[in-house]
Design a protein around this ligand. Sequence first.
Ligand SMILES: [Zn+2]
Length: 169
Amino acid sequence: MMGFIIMAMHKKNKKKKEKTPRQKLRIVLDNLWRDLIKEIYGFVSPGYYRCEKCGKIFRSGKGSGKGKGINSHHVVGKSNWNVRWDLRDGSPLCSGDHTLNKDSAHQDRSAFLKKIIEKRGQEWYDKLYKRAGREGGSKKWTLKQMERRKEQFKKILKKLQTKHLPITS
Ligand SMILES: [Zn+2]
């Protein structure tokens, strides 16, 4: 009997640690956003992406080596919920330009902003910041909205990846 109770308690504790549907969706959305930013702004050939700052090409994913490769950077910041899953808010950067270098996006924000505004234009920046600034950037996502965004992202990614496949005929 005692053993059963302990087992039951274990089970309960384990269950407690499980992620909520919201947490799960958040991870899925973060990952989809990350993949989409690379495909949209950095695609060179399948698995290879260009850093939006230095212009060098890197291999993404497994085998690319630690500290190398391409990261998807949040221009406004991941903590802003208005634009966390907004495709305008992302930029594919090599790890040096993302976080490691002195003039990287995370270490010298204004240098990075200057460079990316030159590239994408003031209008892009103004629109992005207008959206990010609403209600202090604390948009409360409903599960339904998150699900909808997930489906949108999956659709766009599929479309892009199909378009980006090497032509075989
Ligand atoms: Zn770079």
